[in-house]
Design a protein around this ligand. Sequence first.
Ligand code: 4AD
Ligand code: MG
Length: 458
Amino acid sequence: MSEETAVKPAETSPIASGTALIATIATLGRYEGQSITLRGWLYNLRESGKLLFPIFRDGTGTVQGVAHVKSVPAEVFEALKGLTQESSVIVTGKVRADKRAPGGYELDVENIEVVQRVPESDPFPISLKEHGVDFLMEHRHLWVRTPRQSAILRIRAEIMRAAAEYFDTNGFIRTDPPILTPAACEGTSTLFPVDYFGDPAFLTQSGQLYIESTALALGRVYSFGPTFRAEKSKTRRHLTEFWMIEPEVAYCDLDELMTLAENFLSHIVQSVVKNRATELETIGRDAKKLEAITPPFPRLRYDEAARMLNEAHAKGELENLFEYGNDFGSPDETWLSSQFDRPVMVHRYPAAVKAFYMEPDPVEPKYALCLDVLAPEGYGEVIGGSQRVSSYELLKSRIESHNLPLEAFQWYLDLRRYGSVPHAGFGMGIERVVAWVCGLDHVRETIPFARMLHRMYP
Ligand code: 4AD
Ligand code: MG
C-alpha cells in the first residue's frame, strides 16, 4: 500500500499529547473508530443547513469532516461555521470509514481549536475557482498549499529520493562538486557570471568535470545539486536554475552507460508508481503508462532518428524539415519521443553539435559516443551524457578549438596525464523527469520556486 510505504517515521508514531492522539491524514486508516487530533488548515467548507462539511488538509492529504449542530457543542459549531479558507486549526474527531470518501475515511468532528483565523477582509488569495498561471506563479508561496501542487512536490521528492537510492545501493559514492566555478562545462553562452572578490567566476552548469576527477579517485561516483543556465529561451522545458543528478564511472563505455541509464530511470519511475500512487491519482496521471517504463529501452542511432524525422516531414506529420547534422530541436524531440511507449536512447550524434569533452567513435570519428534519453509522450530529453575524451592530446586540441581558456582546464587535462581511462557519465534534470512523470505541460510546476527568464519572485 502506497500509504504505508510513503509515510515518514513521524507519521507512523503518533504523539499522545495530553489525552489527544495526534495523527496525520495519510495514516487515518490506522485509527478507525478512534478519536484523533489533526493539526492543519481549513481547505474548504460546505454548509448545508444544520450540517457542516469542512475539508481539512495537513500536508499529508485532505479529509472531509462532518459536524451536525446537535452532535457538537454549540461553541464548536460556531467556531466551524463561516470558518475561512486556510485558517489554521487543530481539530479532534472520530475516524469513520466511508467508501465514497476520496481517502476512504471521514472525520466526525468533536472539537476544534482555531490557531489563526484568516480574516474575511483579507482572504486567502487562491480561491477554489480557476486562476491564470501568472497569478498563481506570483503567489507560488501559497499555491504550493493546494492539493495538486502538494502532490507534485511529493512526487518530486520521491523522484529525488529514488534517484539517490539507486546510486547509493549500486556502489556509487556521492561527491559534491563546487557551485562556484572558474570555467564553462556546457558552452559559454549560458553562463551566469559572479563577481568573485574582483575575479570573474560562474555558477556551475554541471558538476561533470569535477566528478570525472572523483570517479578516477573512487571508481563510481555521483553528484546531485543545483545547476544554472542563463537560457534566454522561454520554453516549457527550460529553467535557469534546476537540479541535476549525475553519475560518472571509471572504466565505462557507451553501451554500459546506456544500460545504467535505462536501469536508473526505470527504478525511479517504478518507485513513484509504488510509493506515490495516491498523488498520481490526485493529479490525474495514468499510472499504466508509467508501469510500462521498464528496461530495455529502444536504442536508436542519431542517423536513424534523423531518417525517421525526414520521413515524418515527408508524410506531413512534422511541420519543420529536420536538417541532417543539426542537434534536434524541441519539435523534433517531441515527435521522436512520442513514437515509443518508453524512453528512447538516441546515440552517436555528430561530434560537431556536441560538447568538447565527448569521445569520438573510433569506428567513425565524426560521431560522438554520446546519448540523449528522450522521455515518451513527447516529453523529450531528460538525460544527456557520453563517454569522455581520454586522450590528453585530443582533449587539449578540443579545448583550444572551442576557444576555452586552457589555463582554467589544466587540472582537467591532468586527469588525462595521470592514469587516464575510458570513462563515461550522464546528467539527468530532475524537473524534466517530474514534468514527464506527472504529465505536466510545463516545468514551472515541478520545482517549489521556479527560476525562469522572467521569473525571480517570490
Ligand atoms: O544535456 P546536458 O546539458 O548535459 C550536461 O550538462 C552534462 N555535463 C551532464 C553529464 O554528462 N554529466 O544536461 C543534462 C540534463 C538534460 O538532459 C536535461 O534533463 C537537464 O539536464 N537540463 C535542463 N533542465 C531544465 N532546464 C534547463 N535549462 C536544462 N538544461 C539541461
Ligand atoms: Mg543535452
